[in-house]
Write a protein of this length. Structure first.
Length: 264
């Protein structure tokens, strides 16, 4: 990952642990960076901490507001010269609980915050990506996208949508020289930060998927994904084996595995 005249990054969820780690990785290589999130003060704090970036632009916005997303992405794109080399969708929200015990409003927020936000920003960024040779879209998915996780039903559904949308756009946008992929972390130890909170949950058996992973581990794989052609990039050695096995094991075995790691 080296800096050039078209080394431009647009990052959502920039105030989360994963978002901050990703921003620092690109700043250290001298990239021009656009930071998006809901908290203007927190965005400015992240920007002030970045060292080495060619330029940093911050924009607070509601990622579920279609008109605002279109306007902000267009404005930031213009400030970055009308080109966008890498879009990283790191924004996401999490709320755990039994499906029937969460209100419908909470379910809608989970779908909007994890799927719709990614879809809206990616759609708005397409004109910028199309004008940039070898552009990339990297979205943060989740282990829950592989098999619906108890207590995280709507979150799992939204992240499965991120996975499916990534697969579809990987095929569609190849014609525009845009590579679309996702990074798939299991359960990352990071403190929540409002609506830009990392995908972290209280200590439960799911941690057996990948003990001691942190946001820096996820950022490392985001950077690694820029140099490869894979669609899905699991994070952590232990989880990579589980990820590969899930593609070849019979469905009943995968279900039993999920019951074990989720405590159900």
């Amino acid at each position: 990952m080296t800096s050039s005249d078209t080394s431009t990054l647009l990052l959502t969820g920039a105030t989360s642990g994963i978002g901050r780690s990703v921003a620092h990785r690109f700043a250290q290589q001298g990239w021009t960076i656009g930071l998006l999130g809901e908290d203007a003060a927190a965005l400015n704090e992240v920007a002030d901490q970045l060292s080495g970036a060619s330029a940093v632009f911050t924009r607070p916005l509601d990622l579920t507001d279609e008109a605002e997303v279109q306007e902000v992405v267009s404005d930031v794109g213009a400030e970055m010269g009308g080109r966008l080399k890498v879009l990283v969708n790191a924004a996401g929200i999490m709320q755990s609980g039994r499906f029937e015990q969460l209100g419908l409003e909470a379910h809608r927020e989970l779908v909007d915050g994890n799927l719709w936000a990614m879809l809206a920003v990616t759609h708005a960024a397409f004109p910028l990506l199309r004008e940039t040779e070898g552009a990339r879209v990297v979205s943060i998915a989740s282990a829950s996208s592989m098999y619906g996780t108890p207590d995280l039903a709507s979150y799992s559904a939204a992240k499965a949508g991120v996975r499916s949308l990534t697969q579809a756009l990987n095929l569609e946008w190849a014609h525009h020289d845009i590579h679309v992929c996702d990074v798939v972390p299991p359960y990352v130890d990071a403190p929540p930060s409002g609506s830009d909170a990392d995908e972290s949950v209280p200590m439960r058996p799911q941690r057996q998927l990948a003990p001691n992973l942190n946001p820096e581990d996820v950022a490392d794989v985001v950077v690694e994904s820029l140099a490869g052609d894979r669609i899905h990039w699991p994070v952590g050695k232990q989880f990579r084996w589980i990820y590969r096995l899930s593609d070849v094991l019979p469905a009943p075995v995968v279900r039993l595995l999920m019951r074990y790691v989720s405590g159900f």
